[in-house]
Design a protein around this ligand. Structure first.
Ligand SMILES: [Fe+2]
Length: 278
């Protein structure tokens, strides 16, 4: 069988082929650099051990008790906020290539990403996250900090799905017959991160066994900074940043939803409306 590889269209030589997949939402998978992973674990441990952590659960879909807000400042303090915003840019650039409209270097320079909120999910056995999507953002991500050993259910001839994250895109048939995939699952691995369009439906299955399945998720907005004009779904948020450095999300939230008061003096990422994501 011929060696499979994926040359650019213009590099094709007679007799060679390439394979394209223009349709469907892209998912970025990465294994985080050691310093980012270690930093996130420290932040996670600190939040879990906190006496009065801010519970973020009212904003999330998860049937999970322990869903805790991650303060933006924690990431800034250890210098890893930039990593995640850079990965957002990487996601945008790779997506544009995959979808057949590669971005020029010059255009890429103008892409801006901003994390709007981040939260930790400390899941124990029996808890789960129903199918949901994320609102008021364009890109979402999840990273895995601690994965316990799941107890085998012992049901013969079943693929193990406990603790998996499953993305649901459509009702296509099986991949072989329809040449399209509608459901894709990943078993969580410590240190791995997945980035995906915020509107892509996903769910997390429960597991049995001792220990905690600890993940951190975040939402991001993006836009194009083109001299005076800033183009993007959430361009107003980028503009406000210049005026309210460090308090952007609080100000924006109060502006757009005056009933949603922030109780804490700390600068949290933007709170989402209830039960829209998880
Ligand atoms: Fe989610």
């Amino acid at each position: 069988m011929a060696q499979y590889y994926n040359p650019a269209s213009e590099d094709l030589r007679p007799g060679e082929m390439t394979f394209k997949n223009y349709f469907g939402p892209p998912i970025l998978e990465t294994r985080m650099p050691d310093d980012v992973f270690t930093g996130m674990r420290k932040i996670g441990d600190k939040i879990i051990e906190k006496e009065n952590p801010v519970n973020y659960g009212a904003n999330l879909a998860g049937q999970i008790v322990d869903e805790l807000a991650v303060p933006r400042q924690d990431l800034v303090d250890i210098g890893i906020l930039d990593y995640f915003e850079l990965m957002g840019k990487q996601f945008i650039m790779s997506s544009s290539s995959m979808l057949g409209s590669p971005m020029s270097d010059e255009f890429f320079e103008k892409v801006r990403t901003k994390i709007t909120n981040m939260w930790l999910v400390n899941q124990i056995q029996g808890e789960y996250n129903p199918v949901h999507l994320h609102t008021r953002c364009s890109i979402s991500a999840v990273m895995y900090l601690k994965i316990p050993r799941f107890t085998d259910r012992g049901i013969p001839n079943k693929r193990k799905q406990d603790g998996d994250i499953t993305f649901v895109y459509s009702s296509a048939g099986d991949p072989i017959n329809s040449f399209e995939r509608s459901i894709m699952s990943f078993s969580p691995r410590e240190g791995y991160m997945y980035m995906f369009p915020a509107t892509l439906l996903h769910t997390v299955y429960p597991f049995i066994g001792q220990g905690n399945r600890v993940s951190v998720s975040f939402n991001m907005i993006h836009g194009i900074d083109d001299d005076d004009a800033f183009a993007g779904m959430y361009s107003d948020v980028f503009k406000i940043e210049d005026k309210f450095e460090g308090e952007l999300m609080t100000e924006w939230e109060l502006k757009t939803n005056p009933n949603n008061k922030i109780e804490s003096n700390e600068k949290w990422f933007i709170p989402e409306q209830k039960n829209e994501q998880g």
